[in-house]
Design a protein around this ligand. Structure first.
Ligand SMILES: *Cc1c(COP(=O)(O)O)cnc(C)c1O
Length: 482
C-alpha cells in the first residue's frame, strides 16, 4: 500500500477479526462438522480479505462499517463461499436458451444408452484393447470402425479426441512440409479465434490458397497443383453461408481432378450429420456418406455436433490412408478416451436406426420438436409459475431456436417461448439471478424480456426448471418488499 491509511479506515481494519478468531467461533465449528476443512479455510480467508479490501477502498462509511463487520453477515458470507467451494465446479445447468448445440454448455447431451455404456466402461475393466475371441491385444478402434463404415460406406474409420485433432493428424500425415490446396472461400474460423488455416500450418502443411472469397473454380485448383502439392482440402462452411455471386467446386469434381494425379483429397465436414436432417424439415446438411460417394479419400467431422454423441473427431475414408494416419506417432497424442469411445459406439448403434435415433439421441429429438410441442410445455410452465409466484407476468409467444455449434447457421427453428416480464429489476438482473441460482438456468434476453425456450430442456427437467424459476421470482418479490 502506498501512502498512509486514513485513521478512520485503520480503525475499521483493526476491528476485522483474524482468521483464527473466526475459526474459533461456534458457528464455524458447526460448519466444519459438515463441510471439508479446506473449503471452510479458503472461504474464511476469502471473506476476510474481501472485508479488508472494501475497508481500504474506503467503501464503508462509518455508519455502514457496522454492517461490514457484523459477525452474522460475515458468517453468512463464509457459509455461501464454503458451499460454492465444496461443491463441484463443473456441474449441470438447465439450458433454456434454445441453442441446441451450445458449445459453452457442453454441446450434445448424450442418449441414455450412451450414458449407460459410458458408466459401464468407467466402472470397471473392459475389452478396450483386447480381442476376447482370440485372447490377444486388440484395437480400441475396432469397437466403432464397423459401425462407421456401415453408416458412411467408407472402407475404414479412425476416431480421435476431436475434429480439430482429426484435421491436424490428417494434414500432418498426408502433407507435412508440402502444400495443401484450399479455396479462399473455405478458410474458416471455427470459434474462439480457432482457425482452420492455423491448424493446417501448425500441422506442418503449407497453405496454398486458391480462388477468391466468393468464387473458386476447378481451374484455380488445377493451376495450383504441382510437385509440392500434398493434399487438396475442402472445408464445409458449416458455420456460415456464402450468398449472392458465388461459385465453389463440389467434392466429386475435385475428386475427379485429384485421382489421376494421385493426390489425396480430404473434406472437413465439421458438423457431420450421419442422419439426413431434411426428414425433420431442416436444411439438408451434406452427409459423410455423400462425401465418400463423391470420391473423397478422407472425411472428418465431430462426434458432438449433429451426430449428437460425445466429443470425438471421426475420420472415415480409404483404408491405406487411414492406416498411415494410425501409424503417425501423433495419433497417440490425440487418442480417443475409453469413456468417449463407449458413448460413441452406443450413439452410432442408434444412428443405424434413424427412427430410434430421432427418439433417443437428444440433439436429434430437440431438432425435430415442433413449435406446438415446445409451446405446450411452455404453457404448462407458465401455469405453474402463475400458481407458484402469483403476480408474475408471463406469456407464451412465437420465437426461434438455433441449431448452434457452428451448424446450420441460417436454419430458423420455429419455436414457442415463455416470455417473462422482469419488473423493476430489469431483464439483465433477472437473467443473472437465474444464471446464478441452483440449478443455474440459462435464458435469452430480448427487448427487455427474459425468454425461456423449452426445446433445449429435457422434459424430465421441466419440474426442476419450474421450481428454480419460481424460487428466483419469489425471492425477487421478498427483496422488493424489504
Ligand atoms: C466444429 C468444426 C471443427 C472442430 O471440431 P471440434 O470437434 O470442435 O474439434 C472443425 N472444422 C469445422 C468445419 C467445424 O465446423
Amino acid at each position: 500500500m502506498s501512502g498512509t491509511i486514513p485513521p478512520e479506515v485503520g480503525a475499521i481494519l483493526r476491528r476485522i477479526p483474524s482468521v483464527d478468531e473466526v475459526l474459533a467461533g461456534e458457528a464455524i465449528q458447526r460448519l466444519l462438522a459438515r463441510q471439508p476443512r479446506w473449503a471452510v479455510l479458503e472461504a474464511v480467508r476469502e471473506v476476510l480479505a474481501g472485508c479488508r479490501e472494501r475497508a481500504l477502498a474506503g467503501e464503508p462509511r462509518p455508519e455502514s462499517a457496522q454492517a461490514l463487520l457484523d459477525p452474522q453477515v460475515i458468517q453468512a458470507s463464509i457459509e455461501r463461499a464454503t458451499s460454492r467451494k465444496a461443491g463441484p465446479s463443473l456441474r449441470p445447468v438447465i439450458n433454456a436458451s434454445g441453442v441446441v448445440l451450445h458449445t459453452n454448455l457442453g454441446r450434445a447431451p448424450l442418449a441414455s444408452s450412451a450414458l449407460a455404456a459410458l458408466v459401464a466402461a468407467a466402472r470397471g475393466y473392459s475389452n478396450l484393447e483386447f480381442d476376447l475371441a482370440a485372447g490377444i491385444r486388440g484395437s480400441r478402434q475396432a469397437h466403432v470402425e464397423r459401425q462407421l463404415c456401415a453408416l458412411t460406406g467408407a472402407e475404414a474409420a479412425l476416431v480421435v479426441n476431436n475434429n480439430a485433432a482429426a484435421v491436424f493428424l490428417a494434414v500432418n500425415t498426408l502433407a507435412s512440409g508440402r502444400e495443401v490446396i484450399i479455396s479462399r472461400g473455405e478458410l474458416v474460423e471455427i470459434g474462439d479465434s480457432f482457425r482452420i488455416p492455423d491448424v493446417m500450418t501448425s500441422a506442418g502443411g503449407r497453405l496454398r490458397e486458391v480462388g477468391t472469397t466468393n468464387r473458386t473454380h476447378l481451374a484455380d485448383y488445377e493451376r495450383a497443383i504441382g510437385p509440392e502439392t500434398g493434399l487438396i482440402l475442402k472445408v464445409h462452411r458449416s458455420n456460415f453461408q456464402l450468398l449472392g455471386f458465388t461459385a465453389e467446386v463440389d467434392a466429386a469434381r475435385l475428386a475427379a481432378l485429384a485421382k489421376p494425379r494421385n493426390l489425396p483429397i480430404m473434406e472437413d465436414l465439421g458438423s457431420g450429420a450421419l442422419v439426413d436432417l431434411s426428414a425433420y424439415g431442416l436444411r439438408r446438411e451434406p452427409l459423410a456418406a455423400d462425401a465418400i460417394r463423391a470420391g473423397v479419400d478422407v472425411v472428418t467431422f465431430s462426434g458432438d455436433k449433429l451426430l449428437g454423441g460425445p466429443q470425438a473427431g471421426i475420420l472415415v475414408g480409404r483404408r491405406e490412408l487411414l492406416a498411415r494416419l494410425r501409424r503417425n506417432p501423433l495419433a497417440r497424442t490425440v487418442r480417443i478416451d475409453k469413456l468417449c469411445l463407449a458413448a460413441l459406439e452406443a450413439t452410432l448403434r442408434l444412428a443405424r436406426e434413424p427412427d430410434r435415433a430421432r427418439q433417443e439421441i437428444p440433439v436429434l429429438r430437440m431438432l425435430s420438436l415442433s413449435a406446438a410441442a415446445v409451446g405446450a410445455r411452455a404453457e404448462a410452465l407458465a401455469a405453474g409459475l402463475r400458481a407458484a409466484a402469483p403476480g408474475v407476468r408471463c406469456v407464451v409467444e412465437e420465437g426461434t431456436s438455433e441449431v448452434g455449434g457452428g451448424a446450420l447457421p441460417l436454419q430458423a427453428l420455429p419455436t414457442r417461448v415463455l416470455s417473462l416480464a422482469p419488473g423493476r429489476e430489469g431483464a439483465g438482473a433477472l437473467e443473472a439471478r437465474l444464471r446464478t441460482g441452483e440449478p443455474p438456468v440459462l435464458v435469452r434476453v430480448q427487448d427487455q424480456r427474459v425468454l425461456l425456450d423449452l426445446r433445449t430442456v429435457a422434459p424430465e427437467d421441466d419440474a426442476t426448471l419450474l421450481a428454480a424459476v419460481a424460487a428466483v421470482l419469489t425471492a425477487a418479490r421478498t427483496g422488493d418488499g424489504a
